[in-house]
Design a protein around this ligand. Structure first.
Ligand SMILES: Nc1ncnc2c1ncn2[C@@H]1O[C@H](COP(=O)(O)OP(=O)(O)O)[C@@H](O)[C@H]1O
Ligand SMILES: [Mg+2]
Length: 353
């Protein structure tokens, strides 16, 4: 026995060299301990579970990068399979060295953590909407003479509680996406109504900030299938961003148009365009990533979670659509959501880390 193989046998990590047909060319002791005699059977089953007919093993051979990882779940156990290296010596001896780690417990702990977070965040909404209702009520009492200073203070409190509600909703959506519980309903969605609702909910904020907020859409926009609530949320997220970065007397316009393929409507294109500060070219690639915020200071609204656009992207992709952005620094930003008309939305967003 060479030093190398006895060293590999001492490792706690299960390691195997697998050929592209799924044959195990080499395995260390930890691998034998983990999978026993039926390791090749496990690999076959894993290939079927993960990628159906094509097989994930092929993916390990095709991928140019050596950083491929995949989680395989079989009968309640989850294994993280890591490609360590390729061992392509020649055409007839193609192999990959894979490490297998049992992450079942880790996964369960993550799930429990995110369920807990979702519950807490959800519970925070109750008392906060109570506070909002109270402020709303007091401010709407026209007969009572309130010292202007108190009116200002109450309005400030109202504004801050709106911000807090926004943050809570983003965290709630985010934790649902993380845990895979982000279910997209399959209702018929009237896009014009969607725009109207989103604009209405932020109209008073826009008025207070002295920004023009308007919506316009073409005629006979066809319905799409999906979630009214989530799509409204996506548009609200975009308008709130625009409000944060658009100075007084600026303009935010929300629109919808039909994209046709011949005569048949192919997609609905929703856009939120502002005359705000814009986004730096170097930052634009990353703004849809989670926690990403640009270096540009917002005009108002303080700092956010950096999750808003990530959530928008997840919502749109769960509807089979795509998001894009065009922006010129100092001129403005346009966010575009393209939602296919015919396609039935997929059920859930897969959990991701
Ligand atoms: N309309 C916009 N104008 C300028 N910058 C924007 C606009 N929308 C988004 N951004 C930039 O993208 C970043 C990410 O946005 P988002 O994911 O909603 O996070 P957050 O609003 O919590 O900062 C923002 O911090 C901002 O830098
Ligand atoms: Mg935001």
């Amino acid at each position: 026995m060479t030093i190398a193989t006895s060293l590999l046998d001492r490792l706690p990590t299960a390691i195997a060299v697998v050929s592209d047909t799924g044959r195990i060319e080499y395995s260390n002791r930890a691998f034998a301990d983990t999978f026993g005699d039926d390791a090749e059977g496990w690999l076959k089953e894993a290939a079927r579970v993960v990628a159906g007919e094509r097989g994930w093993l092929q993916g390990f051979f095709l991928a140019a990068d050596d950083q491929r990882t995949i989680d395989v779940e079989i009968e309640g156990s989850v294994f993280r399979v890591d490609k360590i290296m390729s061992t392509n010596d020649g055409a007839d001896s193609r192999g990959v060295a894979l490490a297998f780690e049992d992450v079942t417990q880790q996964r369960k702990a993550e799930q429990a953590k995110s369920d807990f977070t979702a519950q807490i965040v959800h519970d925070l909404r109750g008392p906060l909407s109570g506070i909002q209702g109270t402020l709303e009520f007091v401010l709407s009492q026209e007969g009572t003479k309130l010292d202007p200073m108190y009116t200002d203070l109450l309005q400030e409190a109202q504004r801050e509680s709106e911000r807090m509600m926004g943050l809570i909703n983003e965290l709630l959506d985010f934790s649902k996406i993380q845990s895979g519980n982000f279910i997209v309903e399959q209702e018929s969605v009237r896009v014009a109504g969607l725009l109207k609702r989103a604009v209405r909910s932020l109209q008073s904020v826009a008025a207070r900030d002295e920004v023009f907020l308007l919506s316009a859409h073409g005629r006979d926009i066809p319905q799409i299938i999906g979630s009214v609530e989530k799509l409204t949320q996506a548009i609200i997220n975009l308008i709130s961003n625009s409000l944060k970065f658009t100075p007084k007397k600026g303009l935010i316009s929300v629109g919808a148009a039909i994209e046709r393929n011949g005569d048949a409507p192919d997609a609905i294109v929703i856009s939120v365009t502002d005359s705000g500060m814009g986004i730096k070219a170097v930052e634009i690639q990353q703004i849809f990533d989670k926690y990403k915020q640009s270096g540009t200071k917002s005009i108002r609204g303080g700092s956010g979670t950096g999750l808003g656009l990530y959530i928008v992207k997840q919502i749109v992709e769960a509807h089979g659509g795509e998001v894009s952005v065009a922006s010129i620094e100092g001129v403005g930003t346009s966010m575009v959501l393209r939602l296919p008309v015919k396609r039935i939305a997929t059920g859930t967003v897969p959990a991701m880390g």
